[in-house]
Design a protein around this ligand. Structure first.
Ligand code: GLA
Length: 569
């Protein structure tokens, strides 16, 4: 097993195996490079105008888990402001799992826990907004959240409207209790078309359809027609009915006459005239009849129409991409509609996809939302930070303004990370243009007299504006690892004004002298650092500025980093 892993990672990898995960994240990332091709269209970017630099804020999960209430959230928002961290850029106050009541309200809408959040989320959002901060919330792309509370799969439109109405500006969408879209498609005996409200139906038998890919006619004496269309599953084929006559344009009932088969759900999409897509799920069956009727309302144009029936889901990845995209669309629609109805400026919702990297979200995440988790949950110990870094660092080409790899929320200040490890964790996340979502108790950074406790070691880390500026650089480029021997890595991140950030990362357990040729860095095609004789480099933790000629050099502590902002002199 350890042969698969970079040096020093065996213990961390073992932890993943012990937790029952079949592959360690580093291997998963390598496999992802060869991931199945997506069959759902993810060509255009999500573009809601939010998170043009990686979002910054705080989340309740890493430290407080299920022990949250409205006072804690408000006190944290106030502490972000009073500590000066809000001025460093931490603006989103995100409530993670366990804010919900187990009951939806009488209108089927989510409502907050009636005892721990009695004033409601809208009220909390308003109070947080008065502090100049934004409120975030959480749900799951499943039937329940990870803590088994009501969630949003199948309720996307209604929940998105609720969040927009409450003034939510960040939404994390988890993956617990997910039910994938079936890859199996129904078997079609015939289709019929009827005008809404009429008993007349025009029947188009299966042998009238043009069949493509794996679609085929199967003989079946149990059906009156004697045959049905099979082979529409898994994005492998389609059946197309042309010359569907409609006397006038408007709504019609499409009835799929299906051969009832198999004890699993089935899914089909119906593409009308090459532009309108309708979808339908056909339930699993144990019915006594062989034939069933399954109906969808569709719009037809006057004259001839084309109806194509298929199932675009060829993999679990397709299913996740489609389900996450659906929620993102509903969020955009809901914020636009709320703003229009109320004559207020639109509040876009930063959309954070959290399916733990299972379905290669870097392949479709920039189409579906603003950021996507790339790994399982972070833990407040060094092996976890390292393991997540090893996966996320390879995904650099997927990050861009408004679309970020998310290596999970920060554990700085939690668990037993040493000062050096906390500093490295924070620096690496900034080099990787990661969202900076704090996960510790911010209230301790404010003294009794209401002033920031800037002597707190982790406060000094989290408020380092020079390192934050590397994360927030407007180019929005994630660093690349240009050299590694498994123990010592060299990372380079392009910055605006033809500058670069260079990070020496020493994973080893003893200090190391590290250096690298500046000419080699300047010659790389992904940077615009000029090739000159002398460079000026500022180390962003100790704030020293040095002039380097051929090589940039530093002594790097065990489990430590040095991070330089480098410019041509
Ligand atoms: C999952 C997520 C975590 C957190 C919890 C809440 O594990 O990955 O970040 O949101 O659910 O239950």
């Amino acid at each position: 097993m350890s042969k698969l892993l970079p040096l020093g990672l065996a213990a961390g990898a073992a932890a993943y195996f012990l937790k029952g995960l079949r592959v360690d994240p580093a291997t998963a990332a390598r496999r992802a490079a060869n991931a199945v091709k997506l069959s759902v269209d993810v060509s255009d970017k999500y573009s809601n105008g939010a998170a043009l630099t990686p979002p910054m804020g705080w989340s309740s999960w890493n430290l407080f888990r299920n022990k949250i209430n409205e006072n804690l959230i408000y006190e944290t928002a106030k502490a972000l402001k009073d500590s000066g961290l809000a001025d460093c850029g931490y603006r989103y106050v995100n409530i993670d799992d366990c804010w919900q009541s187990s009951m939806r309200d009488e209108n089927g809408e989510l409502q907050s826990d009636l005892v721990t959040f009695p004033s409601g989320i809208k009220n909390l959002a308003e109070r947080v907004n008065e502090l100049g901060l934004k409120l975030g919330i959480y749900s799951s792309n499943g039937t329940l959240t990870c803590e088994d509370l009501p969630a949003s799969l199948g309720n996307e439109a209604v929940d998105a409207k609720t969040f927009a109405k409450w003034g939510i500006e960040y939404f994390k969408y988890d993956f617990c209790h997910n039910v994938p879209i079936p890859m199996r498609a129904p078997c079609i005996d015939a289709i019929t078309i009827s005008r809404s409200g009429s008993q007349d139906e025009k029947v188009y038998a299966s042998d009238l359809a043009f069949l493509s890919g794996s679609a085929k006619i199967v003989d079946d004496p149990k059906l009156p027609s004697g045959r049905y269309i099979d082979g529409l599953s898994g994005n492998a084929g389609y059946a197309e009915f042309v010359d569907i006559e409609a006397p006038e344009s408007g709504e019609y009932i499409l009835t799929l006459c299906i051969r009832k088969k198999s004890n699993s759900n089935k899914y089909a999409e119906i593409l009308v005239n090459g532009k309108d897509v309708y979808s339908t799920t056909v339930p699993a069956t144990k019915a006594p009849s062989s034939e069933g009727r399954h109906q969808v309302r569709i719009n037809l144009q006057a004259g001839k129409n084309t109806i194509r029936i298929y199932n675009p889901i060829g993999s679990r990845q397709d299913s996740a991409a489609k389900q996450y995209t659906k929620m993102g669309e509903e969020l955009k629609k809901a914020t636009a509609e709320y703003a229009k109805a109320n004559g207020t400026p639109e509040k876009p919702i930063v959309y954070s996809i959290c399916e733990w990297g299972l379905n290669f979200p870097w392949n479709w995440g920039s189409h579906a939302g603003n950021l996507w988790r790339t790994t399982p949950d972070i833990k407040p110990f060094w092996a976890s930070v390292l393991m997540i870094y090893e996966v996320n660092v390879n995904l650099y080409k997927h990050a861009s303004p408004g679309a970020w790899n998310d290596p999970d929320m920060l554990e700085v200040g939690n668990g037993n990370l040493s000062f050096e490890e906390n500093k490295s964790h924070f620096t690496l996340w900034c080099m990787m243009a990661a969202p900076l979502i704090l996960g510790n108790d911010i209230r301790k950074y404010v003294r009794a007299d209401g002033t920031p406790d800037s002597d707190e070691p982790t406060y000094r880390i989290l408020s380092n504006k020079d390192v934050i500026a590397v994360d927030q650089d407007p180019l929005g480029m994630q660093c690349r690892r240009i050299k590694s021997n498994g123990v010592r890595d060299i990372l380079v991140k392009p910055l605006e004004n033809n500058e670069v950030a260079v990070c020496f990362f020493n994973k080893g357990s003893s200090p190391a002298e590290m250096s690298h040729s500046l000419k080699d860095i300047a010659c790389r095609t992904f940077v615009t650092l000029p090739i000159v004789d002398e460079y000026e480099a500022t180390e962003l933790w100790d704030k020293t500025t040095e002039v380097f000629r051929s090589h940039i050099k530093a002594s790097v502590p065990a489990h430590g980093v040095k991070i330089f902002r480098v410019r041509a002199k």
